[in-house]
Design a protein around this ligand. Sequence first.
Ligand code: PHE
Length: 359
Amino acid sequence: MDPILAVEQAWQAEAGAAPLSDPADDLARLEALRVRFLGKKGEVAALMKVLGQLSPDEKRAFGQRVNQLKDQVTAALDELRAQAEARAEQAALAAGWLDPTLPTAAAGAQVVGLPALGHKHPITRLLDTVIDHFTGLGFEVASGPEIEDTWHNFDALNIPDNHPARDVWDTFYTTRGEVPRTHTSSVQIRTMQAQRPPIRVISPGKCFRNESIDATHLAAFNQCEGLYVDRGVTLGHLKATLEGWVHRLFGPDVKIRFRPAFYPFVEPGLDLDAQCFFCGGGGHLGDGGTCPVCRGKGWLEVIPCGMVHPNVLRNCGIDPAEWSGFAFGMGFDRLVMLQHGIDDLRRLYSGRLDLVRQL
Ligand code: PHE
């Protein structure tokens, strides 16, 4: 008898056999069939060995038929397996132990056969929180270009060309003399050019600087700017607004303090510190060890801010005699590091997901 026909008939006899009552047995039987017919030492492989004894013409015809048989068996096995799996699921449902309303495997759960659910990156989660918080206070979300002209990035912010303050925001220049924006403060300018006060905006986005990369510096990072311009805006408004945000971020009992700081586009310029939420401000842990979050200082430097400089208002055609405002600009990545006690910024951007999967 033709050897191919023999294998084909054997296959048909097996494949046609009635399914067993237990679907698990079906799956086992199908696996056994796969090994018997398609396995390395299976019947189809054995047919291929006959090839060597044939003439070139016979080889071609024989090879084609064996391949057809192989395809046919593969397709039929796939189909049978799908049917058996569907029956297994039905049986599980009927037996009552499969609850189809349960969520699929949660992120990181080791449930075989179910893909793990993804989740938002911690930076995106903070972004959602900041937008939720400030839109609740009546702020709108503004955005601006990541490649900026130097007027919006520097001059209009009271940082003139050749002024040493420009070095603080050291960066790259394009051949057209533009910069990848060094801070989101450029969006303050664009907003004040486009809108008349009262203005309340936050502007989250990417910024770029010429940094040597280390655990706390990256050449590309995230900031969120805030700007409020209205009649009679004072430092008191700035304090109340940012205190509320710090409480949302680190907890309602966390104290804040201001230190004077220099940023050319604000006067006075301030750095807002939050009392360390981890050690409670003492700088030490219960066992006497140094607090790893504030490194023993008791305070965390979190938000540079200040009252919008009159020159900046003027540069945007807003009369500082009538209007005043406050501005702030937070380093987002740093806040996420503090929130989660992460020691190296690069982990947040690494292709290795083991850290972000935990958060
Ligand atoms: N733009 C400043 C920076 O990137 C931060 C800042 C924003 C300071 C607004 C004061 C007011 O360093």
